[in-house]
Design a protein around this ligand. Structure first.
Ligand SMILES: Cc1ncc(COP(=O)(O)O)c(C=O)c1O
Length: 366
């Protein structure tokens, strides 16, 4: 699917310049069509709930195919924090290393770990050093696991995952990678990375409704995982409903949580769209737009918050007294402004015109 065909799937882009995919993107037509069908079937009583119930399993197959992993290494969950908490419960000894400014869904599940033999090392950020550098400095012989998001929206740094993999391998530690802000746009060669755990919530760059998250477990780690909330969904097939002895699936589906049906109906449709995109082209397109934005925004006096490698997300501090939010609204741009900080993110549907308008909005802010 080329850029124009992809862009045409988003009706909202006819009214707005959408640079807020780090928050959430507007819906793609195939996703709303699938959800509308489900609502109509629900309303008319013409639905088959077993078909809805099977959407998470069908989406697992599509997702596994998208990542090039075996479906049996993938659990379907409702959020990133559930994925992190599921992995956290497997650690009983050693030190967990995590940056102090991590997104809380990839920070709190580790922080609340209890046990005399587990410590959580919350690594302080150091001015002038990247997140990658402070994490690398913190890894040592006691490290059991490093938890990191490839990109967080605080600053848009793309952490150096291969460097973290080498360091964790040297220390005999595991690596948990959150790709919620990257999967769908950046081609991070996750197959070569061989992280122990990769987790993603699909409602951002993967175009899914909220409530659709995946945890991918390296095959040699599957046996360690235990469900946090075992249910009728954790047995694998055949699925039963009542009584019986405790049983868990032999693969990662034992960690599946009870699915929000409609979210997974939407996820199935979203994955069919996503799998049509050329990943290398998508990465080049989005990184080119974000690099041009950074260049032009800094030429207008904005300061880039990123101390490390660039990504498709840019966070800049605008000069004091400049009221960007109002100007963005006037220019029809949807982006997040928090205090002085403006955050934008580029999906494959964004184009050079979007870039020009947002730069104009900064230029004409007063
Ligand atoms: C880096 C990152 N991870 C995860 C999430 C979502 O976390 P959860 O699925 O626990 O709501 C977000 C939401 O903004 C995020 O920015």
């Amino acid at each position: 699917m080329n850029h124009s065909q992809f862009r045409a799937l988003f009706p909202a882009l006819g009214q707005r310049i959408w640079l807020d995919t780090p928050g959430a993107p507007p819906a793609a037509l195939p996703v709303t069509a699938a959800l509308t069908r489900a609502l109509e079937d629900w309303s008319g009583g013409t639905f088959d709930w077993l078909h809805w119930d099977g959407a998470a399993a069908r989406a697992r197959e599509l997702f596994a195919d998208y990542l090039g992993v075996a479906p049996g290494t993938v659990a379907t969950l409702g959020s990133l924090s559930e994925a992190a908490a599921t992995v956290a419960s497997t650690i009983s000894v050693g030190e967990i290393v995590v940056a102090e400014d991590e997104f809380r869904s990839n920070l709190y599940p580790w922080m609340r770990l209890l046990g005399d033999d587990v410590r959580v090392r919350v690594v302080p950020r150091v001015a002038g050093l990247s997140r990658t550098d402070v994490l690398l400095d913190a890894i040592g012989p006691d490290t059991a696991l490093v938890a990191v998001s490839e990109v967080i929206t605080l600053d848009g740094e793309r952490v150096d995952l291969p460097a973290l993999r080498r360091a964790t391998d040297d220390a005999g530690a595991r690596l948990f990678v959150n790709v919620t802000q990257t999967l769908g746009v950046l081609d991070s060669r996750l197959d070569e990375l061989a992280a122990d755990y990769v987790a993603v919530h699909g409602y951002k760059w993967m175009l899914c409704p909220r409530g659709t998250a995946w945890l991918v477990v390296r095959p040699d780690r599957v046996a360690d995982l235990r469900p946090l909330a075992p249910s009728w969904k954790s047995t694998g097939s055949p699925q039963g409903y009542f009584g019986g002895g405790y049983r868990e699936a032999s693969d990662a589906s034992r960690c599946d949580t009870s699915p929000a049906w409609f979210s997974w109906v939407g996820a199935e449709a979203a994955l069919s769209v996503l799998s049509e995109l050329d990943r290398d082209l998508t990465q080049r397109h989005t990184l080119r737009l974000s690099a041009r934005f950074r260049e032009q925004a800094t030429a207008l006096g904005c300061r880039d918050a990123n101390q490390g490698a660039a990504s498709h997300i840019v966070a800049v501090d605008v000069p004091d007294g400049v009221r960007t939010a109002e100007s963005l609204r006037r220019h029809g741009v949807v982006a997040t402004v928090t205090g002085n900080r403006l955050r934008v993110g580029f999906h494959f549907f964004n184009n050079d015109d979007d870039l020009e308008v947002v730069v104009d909005a900064i230029r004409h802010a007063s």
